[in-house]
Design a protein around this ligand. Structure first.
Ligand code: UD1
Ligand code: MG
Length: 452
C-alpha cells in the first residue's frame, strides 16, 4: 500500500448561481482569505502533491490568485459546467502521475482540515480505491446522502434531488472530497452518465460504478463543522462564524486574552504574540502582525499593519495598511493611521489622521492633528522628528518636515519645514472688543447679562 504520489484536483468551475454574485465563488473570502486559499493551504499541508485546478472559461482572477499561492499549479478549463464528474474529467489530461491517489477537493469547502485529507489519502489503497468524506449533517437538505449496504459499506451516493423519501431521511452526507486511485480514475469517470434530475455528470456516481466493478469504497468521517459547504451567502456567513471560532480558540491557546471572543474578528493570516489583550468589538483584517504585550482597546479596526511590543491602540482607533506602530507607542481614540511609521514611544492620543508620514520617537501629536497628504493627484510625505511636539489642531501640509524637538503652535497650518527645536506658529493675532458681547445681547434681548 502506497500513499504517494498525490494529485490534488480542486474543483472551482461551478457557476455558483446560488451565490448571486459577479465574483467567482472561490474568491469570496472567509476570515479575509479567499475560500480557494483555505482549500489550497489545507491541501498543501499534505506535502508534495501535484495541484490541478479546474476552473470555467474566463476565470482568470481565480487562476491568478491560485498561482500566487501555488506557482506550479496546473490549470484545467471545464468549458461547460456539466457537473462535478465532468469537472474531474476535464482535469485528466493534466494529471501527470499514472499511479497513487487523486484527491478531489471542492473549492467551496474551506474548513476542511489537512488531517482529514491525510486520513483520506492514507485510507485510499489498492484494496480500497475509493474513499469518500462523510459527515452527519444536522440539516442534510443541500447534501448528497451516503447509502450504506447491509455490511455498513458505502454502496452509492444519492443527491437530494434524486433521493426518495427514505433516502432523504439519511443524515450521513457527502462532504465533497473524494480520494480515488489514479489507475481507476479514467474508467470510473468514463462510466458516468447524466441521467438524473440535474442532467449533470455527478462525481458521486463514481461510488456505484466502483462497487459494480468490484472495487471497495470507504467513508472517512469528519465533524460537520469542518466540512460544511458554501453554496449561498447564508452558508458563507455560517462558515465565517465557524472559522472565527477556530481562530479565536487558537489565539487564546497561544496566550492572547480576548475580552469577549464572540465580538472579536480575526483574519486567517493574523499573527499575534503572547500576552496581547484584545478588547471587545475589534476587527482585525488581513496582513496584521501584533507583537507581544500589545493592548488593543475596544472598538478598533486594524488591517495591513504591524504593531510592536507594548504598544497601546484605541479605543476607537483605525490602523490602515502600511502602518508600522513602534514599541510602546500610543494610538488613542478616533486616530487613523495609514502608511505611517510611528516610532518608539510616540503618542497620538486623540482625533488625528496620520497618513504617508513618519512620527519620530517620543514625539507627541496633539488632538486634532491632520497630515494633509493628498492634493487630489499625489500623496505627499510628512516627516515629524523625534521628540517633536505638534500642537492641537495643527494641519501639516505635506510635503513638510518638522525637525527633531520642534514645536508647532495649536491651530497652525504648517506649510513650510520647521527647524529642529524651533517653534512655528501660524495663526492670526487675537484681538478683543471690550463689552461687545453685552452690547450685542442687550440689542437683542434688552438684558446685558447672559441668561437673563
Ligand atoms: C456537491 C455534491 C454533494 C455534496 C456537496 C458537499 C455532487 C454531484 N454533489 O453538491 O453530494 O454533499 O457537494 O458540499 O458532487 N463544480 C465544477 N464544475 C461543475 C460543477 C461544480 O467545477 O460543473 C465545482 C464547484 O465550483 C464547487 C464544487 O464543484 O467547488 C461542488 O459543486 P456544487 O455545485 O457546489 O455542488 P453541491 O450542489 O454543493
Ligand atoms: Mg457546494
Amino acid at each position: 500500500m502506497t500513499q504517494s504520489p498525490i494529485t490534488a484536483i480542486i474543483l472551482a468551475a461551478g457557476k455558483s448561481t446560488r451565490m448571486k454574485s459577479s465574483l467567482p465563488k472561490a474568491l469570496h473570502t472567509i476570515a479575509g482569505r479567499p475560500m480557494l486559499g483555505h482549500v489550497l493551504t489545507s491541501a498543501s499541508g499534505l506535502g508534495d502533491a501535484q495541484f490541478v485546478l479546474v476552473v470555467g472559461p474566463s476565470m482568470d482572477p481565480v487562476v491568478a490568485y491560485a498561482r500566487s499561492l501555488v506557482p506550479a499549479l496546473s490549470v484545467a478549463i471545464q468549458e461547460n459546467q456539466r457537473g462535478t464528474g465532468d469537472a474531474v474529467k476535464a482535469s485528466l489530461p493534466h494529471v501527470k502521475s499514472k499511479a497513487g491517489v487523486a484527491l478531489i477537493i471542492f473549492g467551496d469547502t474551506p474548513l476542511v482540515r489537512t488531517e482529514t485529507l491525510a486520513e483520506m489519502t492514507a485510507a485510499c489503497s489498492t484494496e480500497t480505491p475509493v474513499v469518500v468524506l462523510g459527515f452527519e449533517a444536522e440539516n442534510p437538505a443541500q447534501y448528497g446522502r451516503l447509502i450504506l449496504d447491509a455490511n455498513d459499506a458505502l454502496q452509492r451516493i444519492v443527491e437530494q434531488k434524486d433521493a426518495n423519501t427514505d433516502e432523504r431521511r439519511v443524515t450521513l452526507c457527502n462532504g465533497g472530497a473524494m480520494a480515488i486511485r489514479v489507475e481507476h480514475l479514467a474508467s470510473l469517470l468514463g462510466a458516468l452518465r447524466d441521467a438524473n434530475k440535474a442532467g449533470e455528470f455527478y462525481l458521486t456516481d463514481v461510488v456505484e460504478h466502483a462497487r459494480a466493478g468490484g472495487l471497495a469504497c470507504a467513508v472517512v468521517r469528519a465533524p460537520e463543522a469542518d466540512i460544511q459547504g458554501v453554496n449561498s451567502r447564508a452558508d458563507l456567513a455560517a462558515v465565517e462564524a465557524e472559522m472565527q471560532r477556530r481562530l479565536r480558540r487558537r489565539a487564546m491557546e497561544q496566550g492572547v486574552t480576548l475580552s469577549d471572543p464572540d465580538t472579536i474578528y480575526l483574519s486567517a493570516d493574523t499573527i499575534i504574540g503572547q500576552d496581547v489583550t484584545i478588547g471587545q468589538n475589534v476587527v482585525i483584517g488581513p496582513g496584521v502582525e501584533i507583537a507581544s504585550g500589545v493592548t488593543i482597546k475596544p472598538f478598533c479596526h486594524i488591517e495591513g499593519g504591524k504593531i510592536a511590543q507594548g504598544a497601546q491602540i484605541g479605543p476607537f482607533a483605525r490602523i490602515r495598511p502600511g502602518s508600522d506602530i513602534g514599541r510602546d507607542a500610543h494610538i488613542g481614540n478616533f486616530v487613523e493611521t495609514k502608511k505611517a511609521t510611528i516610532e518608539e514611544g510616540a503618542k497620538i492620543n486623540h482625533l488625528s489622521y496620520i497618513g504617508d508620514a513618519r512620527v519620530g520617537a517620543r514625539a507627541n501629536i496633539g488632538a486634532g492633528t491632520i497630515t494633509c497628504n493628498y492634493d487630489g493627484f499625489n500623496k505627499h510625505f510628512t516627516d515629524i522628528g523625534a521628540g517633536a511636539f505638534i500642537g492641537s489642531n495643527s494641519s501639516l501640509v505635506a510635503p513638510v518636515k518638522i525637525g527633531d524637538g520642534a514645536y508647532t503652535g495649536s491651530g497652525s497650518v504648517i506649510t513650510k519645514d520647521v527647524a529642529p527645536d524651533a517653534l512655528a506658529v501660524e495663526r492670526s493675532k487675537q484681538f478683543e472688543k471690550p463689552g461687545w458681547a453685552a452690547a450685542f445681547r442687550a440689542r437683542h434681548t434688552g438684558h446685558k447679562k447672559a441668561g437673563e
